[in-house]
Design a protein around this ligand. Structure first.
Ligand code: ADP
Ligand code: MG
Length: 256
């Protein structure tokens, strides 16, 4: 567990590092964007050159998007805020854009853009990135990724039913064996020898708990193989946390 702790600390440090790099990259990025704009309107460019420039602009726009998102979500992650779930999912999908394309995975976004959740947006983003990353890993030969976000009812931690938000990530990937389904949330449990850490779902479980959420997993191998992760977040899931956090949040807000 000491080793596990060291790894999560490393992850947190990596998050901070990513945010400061994004910050440094932002200014030169803006000037390159402006330069490309000038270049595109230059009278001596032939049509082919103009096409190259516009491809460069489109790629650069994606880079800007990623740095903006990284900065925005990092700033928001220290205290809970009202989070647009669709925006978070969009940003995770944007981050995986090239992997989705090269693996020939089609994405179906079935989310109500109005769905909002009171939570730690940086951590929610990490959770969805883990689920979507695993789904992509499971679809080596292509497939369908279905991402849903809806208001609905589900079990509260106290046993009854309550209102909240349900986020579902489904894939048509390999599916999981029974052993994997049993051990999935264990730290360091991975079936991806060299590339896996086995930390993704362990960290995800922690984030779900922190929001008083619950996870349900369905998976099958063989014919019609695939996996679905359904996470339910009760509407008032952070209420207990909110009370203890209000001091810290006030301090953060005053410092911002
Ligand atoms: P890692 O991705 O580093 O292996 P995770 O904690 O994210 O670690 O996942 C643990 C294991 O759970 C994976 O190695 C894989 O075997 C299994 N798994 C998780 N999600 C899926 C999925 N969508 N399809 C198939 N297997 C999955
Ligand atoms: Mg993973």
């Amino acid at each position: 567990s000491e080793e596990a702790l060291r790894k999560t600390e490393k992850l947190a440090a990596a998050g901070r590092l990513a945010a400061s790099i994004a910050h440094e990259i932002n200014n030169p990025l803006e000037s390159v964007t402006n330069l490309l704009y000038l270049l595109q309107t230059h009278p001596e460019l032939d049509s082919m050159a103009r096409e190259y420039v516009s491809t460069a602009q489109a790629e650069l726009a994606r880079v800007s998007e990623i740095t903006q998102q990284t900065l925005r979500f990092y700033r928001q992650s220290t205290f809970p805020v009202q989070t647009q779930v669709g925006e978070v999912l969009d940003s995770v999908l944007a981050l995986h854009h090239s992997r989705l394309g090269s693996a020939r995975i089609t994405v179906e976004r079935q989310y109500d853009p109005a769905v909002a959740l009171f939570g730690f947006s940086g951590e929610l983003r990490q959770l969805f990135a883990n689920l979507i990353g695993n789904a992509i890993d499971a679809m080596v030969g292509g497939g369908r990724l279905i991402v849903r976000a809806r208001y609905g009812t589900g079990r509260s931690l106290r046993g009854g039913w309550c209102d909240g938000v349900r986020v579902t990530v489904s894939d048509t990937g390999t599916g999981m064996s029974e052993e994997t389904q049993r051990r999935l949330f264990e730290p360091f449990y991975t079936t991806k020898d060299a590339t896996g850490t086995g930390l993704g779902l362990w960290v995800s479980d922690e984030i779900i708990r922190k929001h008083s959420g619950t996870a349900r997993v369905k998976s099958r191998q063989g014919e019609q193989a695939g996996t679905t992760f359904a996470i339910f977040f009760p509407k008032d899931g952070l209420n207990g946390v909110r009370a203890t956090l209000s001091n810290d949040a006030a301090k953060e807000a005053a410092n911002a």
